[in-house]
Design a protein around this ligand. Structure first.
Ligand SMILES: *[C@@H]1O[C@H](CO)[C@@H](O)[C@H](O)[C@H]1NC(C)=O
Ligand SMILES: *[C@@H]1O[C@H](CO)[C@@H](O)[C@H](O)[C@H]1NC(C)=O
Ligand SMILES: *[C@@H]1O[C@H](CO)[C@@H](O)[C@H](O)[C@H]1NC(C)=O
Length: 158
């Protein structure tokens, strides 16, 4: 369990190789810059089991690298435990949200607040679209959405 004063956030998408590892890495970067990395437990995961153990998509890694960010994340599938241990589970689209709510409802007394990451976007882009079938500029959009949403989320949860 997390120590006193610690908070935790889990970023979730369908496969944990594009959107959610970008979200996780960007969040780590921001809390490090804000000198609050010791206050946050950060992770990401997949709803599906398709990519378990794999590194993020090469285009996600390149996009992060372009912004001076590293990731060593390996895809994992979310577990029932995650609903009990994480304060926030932030996901990317309506389909993720439905899946998470359904899975969460099978976990007794879960504490995680399940939300769309885009609900924090000051530019009101609610959905973070899957860039898997897109191009580099779609990955860049995911990155930019994450930066905006994370800043607002951190501001709100200060
Ligand atoms: C974080 O810490 C560094 C080094 O102590 C300092 O230079 C920087 O201004 C701090 N940043 C914030 C946002 O507090
Ligand atoms: C990336 O990771 C390597 C090894 O862990 C580290 O030396 C380097 O400073 C990191 N780069 C960035 C931009 O964080
Ligand atoms: C990426 O795809 C979009 C939509 O298909 C297109 O408008 C855009 O020009 C493409 N960008 C690059 C860098 O290829």
């Amino acid at each position: 369990m997390a120590a006193e004063g610690m908070r935790s956030v889990l970023f979730v998408c369908l496969g944990n190789i594009c959107r959610s590892p970008i979200a996780e890495a960007v969040f780590r970067k921001l809390v490090t810059e804000q000198n609050i990395s010791d206050k946050w437990i950060t992770d990401s995961g997949a709803y599906s089991d398709w990519n378990v153990g794999l590194s993020p998509d090469a285009r996600a890694i390149n996009c992060l690298r372009d912004h001076g960010i590293n990731t060593s994340h390996k895809a994992r599938q979310i577990t029932n435990e995650d609903f009990l241990t994480f304060d926030y589970i932030l996901c990317m689209d309506e389909s993720n949200l439905r899946d998470l709510n359904r899975k969460g409802n099978q976990v007794k007394n879960y504490k995680a607040k399940i939300e769309l990451l885009g609900s924090y976007d000051p530019q009101k882009q609610l959905i973070i679209e899957d860039p898997y079938y897109g191009n580099d500029s779609d990955f860049e959009s995911v990155y930019e959405q994450c930066v905006r949403c994370h800043k607002a989320f951190l501001e709100k949860s200060r």
